[in-house]
Design a binder for this molecule. Structure first.
Ligand SMILES: [Zn+2]
Ligand SMILES: [Zn+2]
Length: 711
């Protein structure tokens, strides 16, 4: 029995997570942990929400609420999504917990005491407009490596380079939009350079790492490690445990304290479970193995910086054994980012699909060595042709045939012929291949071998054609059914780490009352007892219709910049205007209830946000083809304003040419205004997408604020 630490990257509590996050962290970590638990290893799986950091404060600024409101809201959402997805942590924690703070500060103090942290004066970007420093995401500009226009002060999310904020071209304050000036400020520095030799020695025997992980790590070592600031000028996060007022307005840098969370959460789990020293077994026992499940943008933090912190804190600590980082899962070829409101959102996916269908697709398409792409068509197709047609169909055929013709019981296997024996042998082979792949975190290949066993089962069932000799040779027919049910049983065990819900359903249908997850991995090879009563229920998986899968909710809308050409009174209504608007390549007539709030002169030539794919309707006898978006506050109505220089016809939200939607459907989606007047789309799954043209947010006219609906 080995001790296995499964350490899962800490998602920011700054917004919903997307499938790309789950595919690099929750899902592979859970498969790995479940597999090792079944093998009988002692698994400790820990992680939680990262409550600190600028993504949370940026969002809180946008909403005009304190950061803890945002952090608590999304921590609760992440915890719920993780449960819905069937991901079983031993402890899903959060970094705002006082025990984490205390332990992280203790690590910080120890590193300082040993001389691995010192203070230095450095130059940071400072915003003179708002009189504040600009840590990390508060400064944006163009990436010097790839030319991406929205790179942040700490990292370019397009190419993944870690950045010094002064490297950015045309930098500006995210809040005030003005260029920063350099200003001196004191920070605690982690002396990463002191660990160069020891880290080189640590990496020397890591040939089992994924090649992109190894090459990113080696590239950093080859450049020579630089000391790194360990604190930030920000007031949200963990206080710097140094005396003196000069540290009061600074916090420990979020990436440093978040990685410490693996250690602090291990302690916390055993503290909560009444064995406060037991965590040491995963951190001091040289035979214990640690695995870190992360995305590629976090590689060096886990392969160099975190090991260096551990070496500096206590040289007897266990270091990461493997860091199976994934590349990105793109959506239709574009990078997903929680910070920028794009992506296939977990809350939405989990509302609409079987979690096992999501887990299956994510694993089958896992970007282990290179980026992969989430495509709706592929998602529906793989569900239907692999999960449903190969696996679900096979076990359903075996179960229903046995139930109907053998009195709802597992028939006896009387005499195995060569074909039956070959099937049993293949079962053992596939089981072995799945396990070997899982040992090395090759999740895609492991899943492929598992689904291959289902295909072989299907082929066997077709070749045997038990329905043809049910009457002639009932014993041989029973044997074929028995072997098919034995394969089904093996599939329930083998798929248990990947597809926890359907595996349990199948286990139950095969007549077992206990948990498939409590079975030893080896139990896949056990026979199914003859005479056991079957419980045939619904098929294991449902078909996914591509049209239903469709796209994200925002993509159901087509909101564009339009310009009002002329305005006239509606002949049959006092409050309505009839307008002609220009969309660049076409002109539309719309009817809008603006008359009490705007004169014709105020509207003529103005740019507006037009919902272009609303079904046409007649309003008091005049056709309206589209809707002007506006915010309401009691009697006050203010139009949603694109920036002055926005090109007519340019897309603001959703997808050009999205199918027409009814007014009732549009009303189910909501648009809200924050207290700064910015407009957001709010999906039913907490998807929140700002209405923007380029970098400019759209605001509502006439000072309308704070959550008013927009129509
Ligand atoms: Zn500023
Ligand atoms: Zn870049």
């Amino acid at each position: 029995m080995a001790k296995i630490l499964v350490a899962v990257a800490w998602p920011y509590a700054s917004g919903p997570r997307h499938i790309g996050h789950a595919v690099s962290t929750f899902i592979p970590a859970d498969i790995f942990a479940r597999y090792h638990r079944m093998k009988g290893d002692e698994v400790l799986m820990v992680g939680g929400s990262d409550m600190h950091g600028t993504p949370t404060t940026v969002r809180a600024d946008e909403e005009g609420v304190p950061p803890e409101v945002v952090a608590n809201r999304y921590h609760a959402l992440h915890a719920r999504n993780i449960e819905q997805l069937g991901v079983r942590y031993d402890l899903y924690w959060n970094t705002a917990d006082p025990n984490h703070k205390r332990d992280a500060q203790e690590i910080f103090r120890t590193l300082h005491g040993k001389g691995f942290i010192d203070d230095r004066v450095m130059t940071s970007p400072y915003c003179p407009t708002g009189d504040h420093f600009l840590p990390d995401r508060y400064v944006e500009g163009t990436c010097p490596h790839c030319g991406f226009a929205g790179a942040r002060g700490d990292q370019c999310e397009n190419c993944g380079h870690l950045l010094d904020p002064f490297e950015l071209k045309e930098p500006k304050c995210r809040i005030h939009g003005t260029p920063p000036t350099p200003r001196e400020t004191k920070h605690a520095f982690f002396r990463l350079s002191a660990f160069q030799k020891r880290l080189e020695a640590y990496i020397a025997n890591k040939g089992h790492w994924r090649s992109p992980v190894l090459s990113a790590t080696r590239a950093w070592l080859a450049e020579g490690l630089l000391d790194r600031p360990f604190t930030r000028d920000i007031d949200w996060g963990i206080e710097v445990p140094f005396p003196g007022d000069e540290w009061k307005a600074k916090r420990i840098y979020v990436w440093f304290e978040a990685v410490m969370g693996y250690l602090t959460a291990s302690r916390e789990f055993w503290r909560q479970n009444g064995q406060p020293e037991k965590w040491r077994e995963w951190w001091y026992d040289p035979t214990s193995k640690q695995y870190y499940f992360i995305g590629k943008d976090n590689i060096v933090f886990h392969t160099l910086i975190w090991p260096a912190i551990l070496m500096g804190y206590d040289e007897k600590l266990t270091l990461p054994h493997d860091v199976p980082a994934t590349q990105y899962m793109l959506i239709s070829g574009e990078k997903m980012s929680a910070g920028r409101g794009r992506g296939v959102w977990l809350p939405d996916l989990l509302e609409r699909f079987d979690p096992d269908a999501i887990r299956y697709y994510a694993t089958a398409n896992m970007p282990e060595l290179k980026d992969s792409s989430f495509e709706w068509e592929d998602f529906a197709q793989r569900n239907n042709s692999e999960l449903l047609a190969a696996y679900g169909n096979f076990v359903h055929r075996a179960l229903t045939f046995a139930a109907r013709n053998f009195d709802n019981r597992v028939p006896e296997a009387q005499f195995l012929d060569a074909q039956d024996k070959a099937m049993v042998r293949k079962l053992e082979e596939q089981w072995k291949k799945v396990g070997q792949n899982l040992e090395y975190c090759h999740f895609r290949d492991a899943l492929r071998e598992a689904i291959q066993l289902a295909r072989l089962g299907n082929q066997y069932f077709d070749a045997k054609a038990p329905w043809e000799f049910l009457k002639k040779d009932r014993e041989a027919c029973g044997t074929a059914l028995h072997v098919s049910l034995q394969v089904s049983r093996a599939l329930a065990v083998i798929f248990a780490p990947f597809l926890p819900f359907s595996s349990q359903r199948l286990w139950h249908a095969l007549g077992y009352d206990d948990e498939v997850h409590g079975q030893p991995w080896q139990a896949a090879l056990d026979d199914i007892p003859a005479g056991q009563t079957l419980r045939v229920g619904k098929p294991l998986f449902a078909k996914i219709e591509l049209e239903e899968a469709a796209e994200s909710e925002a993509d159901r809308l087509d909101v564009r910049v339009a310009q009002i050409v002329d305005v006239r009174d509606h002949p049959n209504a006092d409050k309505l205007y009839v307008m002609n608007v220009d969309l660049g390549d076409e002109r539309r007539q719309i009817v809008a209830g603006m008359k009490e709030n705007y004169t014709k002169g105020e509207l003529r030539d103005r740019k507006i946000a037009l919902l272009a794919n609303l079904q046409t309707a007649k309003l008091r006898g005049i056709e309206s083809n589209g809707m002007l978006l506006a915010g309401e506050d009691g009697p006050q109505v203010g139009i949603v304003m694109p920036p002055e220089d926005a090109p007519v016809g340019v897309l603001i939200l959703g997808r050009l040419g999205a199918p027409r939607i009814s007014f009732e459907d549009f009303r189910k989606l909501s648009l809200v205004v924050d207290d700064g007047g910015k407009v957001f789309f709010l999906g039913s799954g907490h998807e929140r997408v700002p209405l923007k043209v380029g970098d400019a947010f759209l605001r509502v006219d006439k000072g309308i604020r704070d959550g008013s609906p927009v129509r």
